[in-house]
Write a new protein. Structure first.
Length: 315
């Protein structure tokens, strides 16, 4: 009996040692294969960098889709125990750039749309439809004739407005000439001291076109599964600083599986004309006699912001 127990113990020890050897051997094989894969990926990245540097068209697009839906029945702990709500947001970024030895032509499109709904089932008079909450449309085209590796004489056209509500009210069209600086392949800085900012709006007492300077800084980068884009567009009016404005938008996406991933998009904006137009829309001296009439001098030009978080799809 003792010999059988001893034999069983030796057999188990031998099997354990054999499994341990097998695991170590597999780990060693995995390390070797991983080293080969890393070297191949580095070579592929180097080849892709050479392809990206070749003249011709470079195109790309990516977007963010975020949303949520909820439904409550007899949830008495909240103010509206019976309701359904939801929000949907879509952001789309695309570019088409033609890069040649003596000139470039860069085109970009940004669209950010969002809808929200809140349906109080106990209130038959409320609005149960999806209503627009975020509405951004921006398209730009930049042409440059190279003066050196880093500098070019350039012309820019940029148009931005809303498309779900109040299309082209306001709408902004910038047309200008100047210079473009490209310190790296991913960063573009536009400096146009001669730019006219056309403003289209029904209320021409608030919105005015003017001559000024335009500055645009755009950084677009793709690193493996990561797409990143940051764009600052600023206009400084020579006529009146109240007519100046700027917008800084950022988009980030990370591909998890095939073309699907997660993303984050946010933007900041300052525009005193829009702030005054909004305040004037709320001005009602009949209902509120003590209300002060809003003007450029007393309006609060609060910082405008938006963000979208959700799933992404790389085109």
């Amino acid at each position: 009996m003792r010999n059988k127990v001893l034999l069983s113990f030796v057999l188990m020890l031998t099997m354990s040692f054999g499994f341990a050897q097998t695991k170590e051997e597999l780990q060693a094989q995995k390390s070797e294969k991983q080293a080969v894969a890393d070297a191949a990926q580095a070579e592929a990245n180097a080849i892709q960098a050479q392809i990206d540097a070749l003249p011709g068209w470079k195109k790309g697009a990516f977007g963010v889709i975020g949303g949520s839906l909820s439904n409550f029945n007899n949830w008495y702990s909240q103010g509206s125990p019976n309701n359904s709500s939801g929000n949907i947001g879509i952001n789309f970024n695309a570019y088409a750039n033609k890069l040649e030895d003596t000139y470039f032509w860069r085109n970009s499109l940004t669209v950010n749309l969002a809808w929200v709904k809140f349906d109080d089932k106990d209130n038959p008079n409320d609005d149960d439809s999806f209503r627009p909450s975020t509405d951004v449309f921006n398209i730009s085209s930049l042409y440059g004739r190279k003066l050196s590796d880093k500098w070019a004489a350039s012309a820019l056209g940029e148009y931005r407005t809303t498309i779900l509500n109040n299309f082209n009210d306001p709408g902004y069209l910038d047309l200008g000439v100047g210079f473009t600086w490209t310190p790296t392949d991913n960063l573009i800085v536009v400096i146009h001291p001669l730019n006219y900012n056309f403003v289209f709006a029904d209320n021409d007492a608030i919105f005015n076109s003017s001559l000024g300077a335009k500055v645009v800084a755009d950084y677009t980068r793709k690193i493996g599964a990561i797409n990143f884009k940051s764009n600052l567009s600023a206009f400084y009016s020579y006529e009146d600083s109240d007519l100046s404005n700027w917008t800084w938008s950022n988009a980030f996406s990370y591909t998890l599986w095939k073309n699907i991933g997660v993303g984050f998009d946010f933007a900041l904006r300052s525009n005193k004309q829009e702030a005054l137009n909004y305040a004037y829309g709320k001005y009602n001296p009949i209902a509120v006699p003590a209300q002060t009439e809003p003007t450029f001098d007393n309006v609060d030009n609060d910082l405008q912001t938006y963000y979208t978080v959700g799933l992404t799809y790389k085109f």
